[in-house]
Design a protein around this ligand. Structure first.
Ligand code: MD3
Ligand code: FE
Length: 217
């Protein structure tokens, strides 16, 4: 009974919204865990501080990033890549909390992607005005695995594009506690985040944090 709580058949309950065949929005699924996730983020950021990466084109990103898990996301003069070592500390990235890996696996299973085991979690922090330009996530080794994203704090407006940059985008609001899973035919869709509107979130203040769980290696 307990085991079934997080694994109903996909689409079987009203917090599960299937947006496209490969994209599922799980409204509020992370809400019960939000306070613990925030405490974990604070501990991770103490060991691997948020930093503004430099794009391969030489621009400083507005979004601040850190990672946990076996692999983390970094950029240098060679471009973006996953690395086992945080170049900021010279040490491995902080471990991914077991509860995070479980949450991501449960969300993926609800969306119809059984057996997802994340080896990397990127943590993006947005302040009002920060945006993420339209891009594809294509530096992971195996596109068969989905990506699971958890939104915390201020709401954001997402752009869901197509498989070409020129395809027109749908927009979607992501709120505190929402989990979005995308994979299969949607794994390589272009996507982005519009500039974050101002506001104050009761737990996070003037900030949005997004976790993206990936199978990178
Ligand atoms: C993919 N992060 O880190 S995840 C990233 O909120 C990234 O920080 C964003 O994109 C963030 O690479 C967005 C959510 C998302 C939403 C819809 C998608 C990713 C999607 C639709 C198709 C493919
Ligand atoms: Fe992305």
């Amino acid at each position: 009974m307990i085991d079934d709580l997080f694994a109903p058949p996909p689409g079987s309950d009203d917090c599960t919204e299937r947006l496209t065949p490969g994209t599922v929005l799980l409204h509020g699924m992370a809400l019960p865990l939000a306070a613990q996730l925030l405490a974990d983020i604070t501990a991770i950021a103490a060991a691997a501080p948020f930093r503004h990466m430099i794009t391969p084109g030489g621009y400083r990103m507005g979004v601040a990033t850190t990672s946990c898990g076996e692999l983390g996301w970094m950029s240098d003069q060679h471009g973006y890549r996953y690395s086992r070592i945080d170049p900021g500390s010279g040490q491995p990235w902080p471990a991914m909390p077991a509860s995070w890996r479980t949450l991501a696996g449960d969300a993926a299973a609800r969306a119809g992607f059984a057996g997802f085991v994340a080896d990397a979690c990127l943590i993006n922090r947005y302040e009002p005005g920060c945006k993420l330009s339209l891009h594809q996530d294509k530096d992971e080794r195996d596109f068969a695995a989905p990506i699971v994203s958890v939104s915390l704090g201020l709401p954001a407006v997402f752009q869901l594009g197509g498989l070409r940059r020129s395809a027109r985008c749908a927009t979607l609001q992501l709120r505190h506690g929402d989990i979005l899973v995308w994979g299969g035919p949607d794994r390589l869709r272009y996507h982005g985040v519009l500039p974050l509107a101002g506001g104050e979130h009761p737990l996070l203040g003037a900030c949005r944090i997004n976790l993206t769980f990936r199978r990178a290696g």
